[in-house]
Design a protein around this ligand. Sequence first.
Ligand code: NAD
Length: 356
Amino acid sequence: MKATIALLPGDGIGPEIVTQARRVLEKVAQNYGHTFEMPEFPIGGNAIDSFGNPLPDQTLEACRKADAILLGAVGGPKWDDPSAKTRPEAGLLRIRKELGLFANLRPTKTWDELLDASPLKREIVGGTDILFVRELTGGIYFGESGRQAHQSGEQAWNTMIYSTGEIERVVRVAADAARKRRGKLTSVDKANVLEVSRLWRQVAQRVVSTEYPDLQYNVVLVDAMAMHLISKPREFDVVVTGNLFGDILTDEASMLPGSLGLLPSASIGSSGPGLFEPIHGSAPDIAGQNLANPLATILAAAMLLRQSLNLTAEADSIEAVVGSVLKDGHRTKDIAGSGSWIGTREMGDLIVNRLS
Ligand code: NAD
């Protein structure tokens, strides 16, 4: 296969971790006889510095033409001034919107070898394997907002808004994924209070009962879900929810495995390239020191191969090697506890060598 994978290293540790993921993709291409073109483009703070724009036109155009996109992370204290004209994160929001990436997939799986790093008890968290599907381009983050004078000073508002079509398409992504996993789907809303959630629940129920009657389906209120995630996380398979609830619940869930450095995510649309990235940020506190854990980005590259290029065996080979490296006790500093650790490059070397 010939494929173009646009690499967007970004800021902070982004370039270091994307370099390791690129080496892994090159090795996989060699092993399986594929050709991956992997040109790099600026995004985020470095793009603001060079182009005055966190998503330069050339980056967006190249991403549109690519088969898939692998992103490091954006942001850092240098661009944190709240009064700045634009911020690195604006580049991320825009690329998602421009490419119609309406569904964010976040697998949250615990690794037995690292259970002691989880803040929860081993017997509660062990065996957790959840796929969150979060709606990404609608809801309160994109609804009408404003401010106006008020007798006490000012008043501000945001609008949570979803249409039938937006709900249907993300529920279908989640239901399709559930069919390929353990066949369980949970929809999370706040239908006891919010009208928009009542529409969400009604549409999700109809889509599942008419198109996916084979799935085991249930609905949970978002406040209850926040509790279930830390009391019985093993019970969930695929969880679908809106933008705001998904933002909060996926961050809560990201604590379950005990390290941000191991969790990948994907943002996909109905057609066109998907965007794959680690869930963590640009970690400016450790940037440039060979301390970053590259595994989340390497696992994001595996997701990319499976999801966007349909290369299942290739994706499996990466995930199996990551598992074997962890099993043999190799750790980067963030997951080493008081034990010994290796650097970003050395972890990349181990994965590449084992792929041989
Ligand atoms: P962060 O995820 O960058 O870092 C939180 C902590 O986890 C830090 O101590 C960091 O050193 C550590 N960490 C994160 N990833 C790691 C890795 N791969 N290996 C080892 N340790 C790792 O979150 P933050 O500190 O809140 O944010 C830093 C910057 O990143 C901010 O500018 C923020 O806006 C941005 N950010 C970007 C994204 C993205 O690009 N998708 C996501 C979240 C935050």
